[in-house]
Write a protein that binds this ligand. Structure first.
Ligand SMILES: Cc1cc2nc3c(=O)[nH]c(=O)nc-3n(C[C@H](O)[C@H](O)[C@H](O)COP(=O)(O)OP(=O)(O)OC[C@H]3O[C@@H](n4cnc5c(N)ncnc54)[C@H](O)[C@@H]3O)c2cc1C
Length: 545
């Protein structure tokens, strides 16, 4: 039902998501999966067609798996390497992006409008989600336990929406961020960039290359649908208007083909920014995606960071509004996500210095140092094997620390591997963890160790209990068993005799030796706090089953 058709009294929802870009859509789809009443609005009639995000990493693909997108929901090109060229020293770095992490390729390129449509379609499959285009947030006010938003409908009429949380996924110029008075600190670059997407380019390519010429830095990459993208930095004195002319673009693309040999599909001029909000959470108003942080695209992490936001926030909102945890858990979204978003911005700025040296001398010095550094294996691994990329592991947040002894880190990502599930099919393990919390026993059946009281508590919270067994060893009676067919979990993640409590966003909430299971679970579950007495908008067990 559209919002306009709803009787006034029904303009009441658990979560109002402002902005139906990729981050708002991913969040709406996650909330829908949890059965949360969600209204998602966007002032535009349809998805944006401008050339924007093109690259996603394995973490983003894992979030999209969590959202429920099938592998074939949008096209991808798997990128085997990223090459960096200096005009004077030739190739000075080569990042190896072959292979996969946690079941997903390390780097792919994609077509953003296609992904956005797939995300919207997913969100709208859920009856608890209402999506409304051509609808703008005008203002809002926060009360003790709710937010009242004033929206303008496609008809021009205005309506009030009462929600328990308002999420500003309304992009870089976020009105929500401005309304809560959050500073957006950082820097705006001095240069403009021309982005060109072309199809049917005569010479095919399968990788990403950065032509780091200080006169005209040019990232260039392969993309799905026989597309290629170029990003050309404008020189001083060049104007957007002139650079967007077909003749000018043909001149720039001349090294790759004649204008009659390819079709220019999309073009735009942007100025890049690196900025981050000082807080992502302001009581019941929360920022996500570009509204919270924005980065130059040199490491392809803007949307990826927004998808991490959606994964981190979605379940916390669901658990808070459905009375499964204290609303205070939502606060941890800020302490978990903001430092990592900032770290990615720092990495993008560093990469910017490699891509855009200020002069020929700077290029020779910076690129020369990079090339020399590759002679030392630890330095080479930093770039070639992407060890420089900040690990998605929290210092502070909603997890309990037990200590070392396994490959698992509380506050880090639980690994994903191919496993044989209870029905004999080989699948990615996240698909068996499901949407809620899971308690995993490594080579043991956690059921056998739990007190009746803890058993009941886990049942109330819909915690899924699973056992990981080495390849070739039978299923544990009375427990859903994951057979570790590719040895990706046992003992890589944890040795036999360990247990781990995994959050719905695949973050390790607690891990430790099974003999301490009661203490470990008590410690971790206490972090969920006391729920706010409130009506549960949908039975989570119905949704999760
Ligand atoms: C050239 C370029 C290349 C990029 N490359 C990459 C890349 O390779 N990898 C990567 O991960 N990221 C990349 N990015 C970044 C990526 O495109 C963005 O991070 C991502 O699109 C942000 O998504 P979002 O949903 O947060 O915001 P947006 O997509 O901007 O969506 C915000 C939505 O909010 C709506 N809205 C705004 N105000 C209101 C209001 N008051 N009421 C209702 N609706 C409102 C808007 O209409 C819009 O639809 C790139 C960006 C650019 C420009």
């Amino acid at each position: 039902m559209s919002v306009a058709a709803m009787p006034a009294r029904e303009l009441d929802t658990d979560v109002l998501v402002v902005g139906y870009g990729p981050v708002g859509a991913a969040l709406a789809a996650l909330l829908g999966g949890y059965g949360v009443r969600t209204l998602v609005i966007d002032r535009e009639p349809d998805v944006m067609e401008h050339p924007r995000a093109i690259a996603l990493d394995n973490e983003a693909l894992r979030v999209l798996q969590m959202v429920g997108l099938e592998d074939a929901a949008f096209e991808k090109v798997v990128i085997p390497q990223v090459r960096m060229h200096c005009p004077y020293l030739r190739e000075f770095a080569r990042v190896n992006t072959t292979g996969s992490i946690d079941g997903h390729p390390k780097l792919v390129t994609f077509f953003q409008p296609q992904l956005e449509r797939a995300l919207r379609q997913k969100a709208e499959q859920f009856s608890s989600v209402t999506a409304q285009s051509c609808t703008e947030l005008l203002s809002f006010s926060q009360q003790h336990d709710h937010v009242i938003a004033d929206i303008r409908l496609p008809s021009g009429d205005r309506k009030k929406v009462r929600c328990r949380y308002l999420v500003g996924a309304d992009g870089a110029s976020s009105m929500v961020r401005n309304a809560i008075g959050q500073a957006f600190t950082g820097q705006t670059y001095a240069e403009d960039w021309l982005i060109v997407d072309a199809v049917n380019v005569p010479e095919s390519m399968d990788h990403v290359e950065f032509l780091c010429d200080h006169r005209r830095p040019t990232p260039h990459m392969a993309a799905p649908g026989n597309r290629q993208r170029w990003e050309f930095m404008l020189q001083s004195g060049e104007t957007a208007e002139d650079m967007l002319r077909d003749e000018r673009i043909a001149e720039l693309l001349a090294p790759w083909g004649r204008p009659d040999q390819m079709t220019i599909e999309r073009k735009a001029v942007y100025r890049f920014h690196s900025r981050c909000a000082t807080r992502f959470v302001n009581e019941r108003v929360i920022l996500a995606g570009d509204a919270a942080h924005i980065t130059p695209p040199f490491v392809g992490q803007g949307l990826v960071a927004g998808l991490r936001d959606a994964a981190n926030l979605g379940w916390k909102l669901a658990w808070a509004v459905q009375g499964r945890a204290s609303p205070s858990i939502v606060e941890s979204y800020d302490s978990e996500r903001r430092p990592h978003a900032r770290a990615m911005i720092r990495l993008a700025r560093l990469m910017g210095r490699l891509v855009m040296p200020q002069s020929a001398l700077a290029a020779m010095l910076i690129h020369g140092a990079m090339r020399a550094g590759r002679l030392f294996p630890p330095l080479r691994r930093l770039v070639d094997e992407l060890e420089i990329k900040p690990a998605n592991r929290f210092r502070r947040g909603l997890f309990a620390k037990f200590g070392g002894g396994s490959g698992l880190r509380s506050g880090g990502q639980f690994p994903q591997a191919f496993v044989r599930g209870p029905d004999g099919q080989i699948v990615l393990s996240d698909d068996l963890l499901g949407r809620g919390f899971s308690l995993v026993g490594f080579g043991l059946n956690p059921h056998r160790l739990l007190s009746a009281e803890m058993h009941a508590r886990l049942q109330t919270l819909d915690v899924r209990v699973l056992c990981v067994q080495p390849r070739g060893q039978g299923a544990e009676p009375g427990c859903d068993t994951l057979e570790d067919v590719a040895n990706g979990l046992l003992p890589t993640a944890a040795p036999r005799g360990w247990i781990a409590l995994i959050r719905p966003d695949r973050v390790v909430m607690q891990a430790g030796p099974a003999e301490k299971i009661e203490m470990l679970l008590n410690q971790a579950l206490s972090l969920l706090g006391s729920p706010e007495p409130s009506p549960i908008s949908a039975s989570l067990s119905e949704v999760l089953s």
